[in-house]
Design a protein around this ligand. Sequence first.
Ligand code: RB5
Length: 154
Amino acid sequence: MQIAIGSDHAGLELKTEVISILNDLGHEPVDFGTDSPASVDYPDFGEKAASAVSTGKTERGILICGTGQGMSMVANKFRGIRAALCNDLFSAKMSRMHNDANMLIMGGRIIGKDLAKEIVKTWLSTPFDGGRHCNRLDKINAIETKNMKGESQL
Ligand code: RB5
C-alpha cells in the first residue's frame, strides 16, 4: 500500500523509524518531509501528506509531530480525512475498527520506536468493523459537507 508520511523536526527521528518499518512490512512510504532537524512549522508538512490522502493519491497516511496534537488538527481539516491520534495500541485498534481512520498520528516526543512499531502494525492490519459504524461515518461526512456550504449552524 502507498502511505503518505510526514513530520516536523520533533517527529523526524520517529518518522525515519516508521519509514523503515513500512518498508519492512512491504508497504511503499511516500515521504513529504521534513528532512532535517531544523525547526519547522508542522502545518506545512501535515498539509502535504493529508492532501495526498484526501485527493486519493495515497490510500493512507501517517503524520508525526512532538505530541501528535498539531498534526491531528491539520489533517482533520481535509475533506474525507479521518485522522486518529494514537499513542497507544488500544486507540490504534479502535480507530480502525470503529472509525475507519485513514490517517494515523503519533507523538514523537511521547512514544518510542518499539511502541510505534506495534501501533503501526496494528493500525495497518486491523479492518473496519462496518455495520452500525457506517451510519456514524456517514454523519461525519454530512457535517463536513454542511460546513463546506456554510450551513453548520444548528
Ligand atoms: C514543536 O515544538 C511542537 O509544537 C510540535 O511538534 C507539535 O507537538 C505540535 O502539536
